[in-house]
Design a protein around this ligand. Sequence first.
Ligand SMILES: NC(=O)c1ccc[n+]([C@@H]2O[C@H](COP(=O)([O-])OP(=O)(O)OC[C@H]3O[C@@H](n4cnc5c(N)ncnc54)[C@H](O)[C@@H]3O)[C@@H](O)[C@H]2O)c1
Length: 242
Amino acid sequence: MDKGTVLIVGGAGYVGSHANKALCKGGYKTVVFDNLSRGHKEFVKWGKFFKGDLSDRKRLKACFKKYRIKAVMHFSAFAYVGESVKEPAKYYINNVANTLNLLEIMREHGVKYFIFSSTAATYGEPDKIPINEKHSQNPINPYGRTKKIIEDILKDYSNAYGLKYVALRYFNAAGADSDTEIGELHNPETHLIPLIFDAAMGKRKSIKIFGTNYKTPDGSCIRDYIHVSDLADAHIKALRNN
Ligand SMILES: NC(=O)c1ccc[n+]([C@@H]2O[C@H](COP(=O)([O-])OP(=O)(O)OC[C@H]3O[C@@H](n4cnc5c(N)ncnc54)[C@H](O)[C@@H]3O)[C@@H](O)[C@H]2O)c1
């Protein structure tokens, strides 16, 4: 894909803001579309900002009309597994129905390139470790299922409408921009590494590590982490090769 304007949906959040910085440093023009429900305006330090909610088709259309969007990176979603079990409707609406709004507006405007934040949670309980991308996908919670549903929709849109997409199934993103211009600021925070820092700084009394019967010396699980800036670079590579 040549360097046009990239729409970063959810670009005021943790991973999206790092991708925005990487894109702008790489010479792309960007527009961040975000409702700031879980993101931060002060993280949008590059490109343009267009406040809006993905459920609001009129607002989305206005954004596509205002900017000549060449490609979309889609980071916006609710992403707490526990919350998704308690409030699945909220997850299916924001992660599935609202993503369909976005795909439909893209189709109306002839935008063909799409990079999607999927998740390792689409794999469920792995049969084999390490998990490779051919591993079967059997998500075990509503959050994982919402992402798997979108992956299926993307396959169908690609076959029928020629959508060119990459779905990146992240494991845990960690770390922060090395210039300390942006970082990780989830509220409530559920990710392990920031929780450990909070405990070390005395902001919380303790943290709980889940799982006791994995085949590890202390029975707790082993998780894969990827640095958020490496993940941002992976998005640019995915866009270039799309
Ligand atoms: N952080 C991780 O470790 C991780 C791991 C696997 C997958 N993911 C996926 O990556 C993506 C980004 O994760 P993150 O940690 O940066 O999340 P985040 O919550 O920091 O960012 C999501 C952004 O989307 C925005 N948003 C949510 N709903 C919206 C809506 N309806 N309209 C407009 N904006 C909306 C929020 O305000 C927020 O700025 C998510 O899709 C998540 O499922 C993240």
